[in-house]
Design a protein around this ligand. Sequence first.
Ligand code: ACO
Length: 321
Amino acid sequence: MKTRIIGTGSCLPENVVTNDDLSKIMDTSDEWISSRTGIRERHLAKEETTASMSTEAARRALENAGVTAKEIDLIILGTVTADHVTPSCACEVQAALGADRAVAFDINAACSGFMFALNIANAYLQAGFYKTALVLGAETLSKIMDWNDRSTCVLFGDGAGAVVVRADENSGLLAFDQGSDGSRGGVLACENRTNNNPLVDTSKDLAYIQMDGQEVYKFAVTAVPSSLQKTIVAAGLTVEDIDYFALHQANIRILQSVAKRLHVSADKFPISLDHCGNISAASVPILLDEMNRKGMLKPGMKIAMSGFGGGLTWASAVVEW
Ligand code: ACO
């Protein structure tokens, strides 16, 4: 039995903010941002929330799969920007969809969140506990950006992506790999709410994302090719057998370097970061949905996916479409 992706959906906020728009409110330029990252614009939430975008992405994925909300057994949502500490975003999605049979929970694996969620869903389906699952990655990263820090705020965007997966005897997820290195967590970090009990000093300001960009770059270009290689071999395939590499959309230079290290053409790495920026856990399912809706994904194709980022964490999977 394999875990097959049978539908995809995504949702981006209505408001588009270009690099030129940013250059009007901070000391930056389209040339600096696009040449270093490949990002030209991003969608930033105004009315939208992590839960509202997730719900819309889920509705579109269910429609694409031809599955009703009542058929969902399990909802797993990767995010670092849920609207509430509790209820989880997954539970909010469950309520909004009326998926009342489902077990729902969030997971935090930063930019690897969707891939970790997919691998967890795969384990449940393989074990025979559930048959149909909704797996999401969703973020409102603009709320944890320091808009006075041009080195980070220009990189990120908001949005949500979803897939419906089902246990299938024929095609589906062939292999996966995942890992974590908590000892290097400080290179990409965002503090949570601090303790405010009567015993502690409560004078700390709200914390925002902080990143050592060069260390993240070095991590990504070594961990990702190695994880992809391992997964492709475990699937009984070679790099040449892979039709597309659907990777976390952090930075065009990371994608080009991974392609070079794997000795495959960069044309096999579809891009959404140019119009979405980096949306952490949401970037892989949004990319997959764009590929699906463009008709790029044909039955039998082999797709390698990989997420990587905060934690540090990384996760890859190879699926037969
Ligand atoms: N506009 C204009 N200038 C800027 C900006 C900006 N938005 N941001 C920084 N600069 C300036 C800096 O102040 C610095 O100026 P100085 O030389 O006068 O001091 C100069 O540009 C170079 O700054 P660096 O931080 O050294 O820039 P670098 O060349 O390393 O590029 C980048 C930064 C694009 C983030 C790069 O480190 C990178 O690609 N990192 C990969 C990590 C990544 O993509 N992270 C995304 C999130 S993590 C994830 O999803 C896995």
